[in-house]
Design a protein around this ligand. Structure first.
Ligand code: PAF
Length: 291
């Protein structure tokens, strides 16, 4: 009988050790891919890991449920945590290191410095979650200091986060390439998210109006519609179908600045955030108008 080897990656919890190990790999000429996560890993995260292992010699996955990016303390407390199961999902030898520090390691006593990303942190998702993107940018700036990666991998599902990271590395001259990976969806179209586990079967059915609303926007733009208000009205009506979703926002924005658009002229992103019961879901799709 063949015995399967499922070697777990090396788990590091302390910032000095992760810096030493990654620095050493760099000195040996190895390229480093960084996949920052908050754990509760699903196939969406694993697609980032795959992109990293394909492009880089060594892949580091960070697992840290960053308290400073949660506007609601309960949301942070209730965020799914299972390090052992996450480690098992990363088994098999492709991921070299998992960095899972404690909050005290990342934010030692007396910590006061934080990063702000200007208007980008205050619009769309930032308006609903004040301080969220500052928390994201702060923790990533710290991880980028601790892990001298060549490329960092992020999902396009968190579209505004991706734009924030791109801004951060550009503005702070961080020598790390930011790679945005496609959103992974279940067969029914729902984007994978660590929060999907909180949905009942009925809520999951109701949540399917999110990808449907995005598809509708895509179709209208393909058909040549340029009036954003008309498209958004269609999206909102799709989202309202079940009567069970609370729409935080459904809008069309410039794909680069995320400023809302009234006429579709260039690359446009449809952005949606809804609450299904107490679970908040976000999704997006980038579209090009017909010329
Ligand atoms: O997308 C996430 O999981 C988090 O926002 C990130 C990028 C790991 C920062 O805490």
């Amino acid at each position: 009988m063949v015995k399967l080897q499922t070697s777990l990656p090396e788990l590091v919890t302390d910032p000095a050790t992760i810096r030493a190990l990654t620095q050493e790999a760099r000195e040996q000429g190895k390229t480093i891919g960084l996949v920052p996560t908050m754990g509760a890993l699903h196939d969406g995260h694993l697609s980032l890991v795959k992109a990293s292992t394909e492009q880089c010699d060594l892949t580091v996955v960070t697992i840290f449920i960053n308290p400073t990016q949660f506007t609601d303390k309960n949301d942070w407390t209730e965020y799914p945590r299972d390090l052992q199961s996450d480690m098992e999902k990363l088994a098999g030898g492709e991921v070299s290191l998992v960095f899972a520090p404690t909050a005290e390691d990342i934010y030692p006593h007396g910590h006061v410095t934080s990063i702000h990303i200007g208007p980008l942190e205050k619009i769309v998702e930032g308006r609903c979650r004040p301080g969220h993107f500052s928390g994201v940018a702060t923790v990533l700036a710290k991880l980028f200091q601790m892990i001298p990666a060549d490329t960092a991998f992020f999902g396009r599902k968190d579209y505004q986060q991706l734009k924030v990271v791109e801004r951060l590395v550009q503005d702070l001259n961080v020598p790390i390439k930011v790679h945005g990976c496609p959103t992974i969806r279940d067969e029914d179209g729902l984007a994978l998210s660590s929060r999907n586990v909180f949905l009942s079967q009925e809520q999951r059915q109701q949540a399917l109006s999110i990808p449907k609303a995005l598809k509708l926007a895509e179709r209208r733009i393909e058909e040549g519609e340029t009036d954003a208000r008309a498209i958004v009205a269609g999206m909102r009506s799709e989202l309202s179908c079940s009567g069970a979703l609370h729409i935080d926002y459904a809008l069309l924005a410039d794909a680069e600045t995320l400023k809302p658009v009234t006429t579709i002229q260039g690359p446009t992103v449809a952005l949606i955030a809804v609450r299904v019961g107490s679970t908040r879901l976000i999704d997006n799709e980038v579209m090009m108008p017909q010329r």
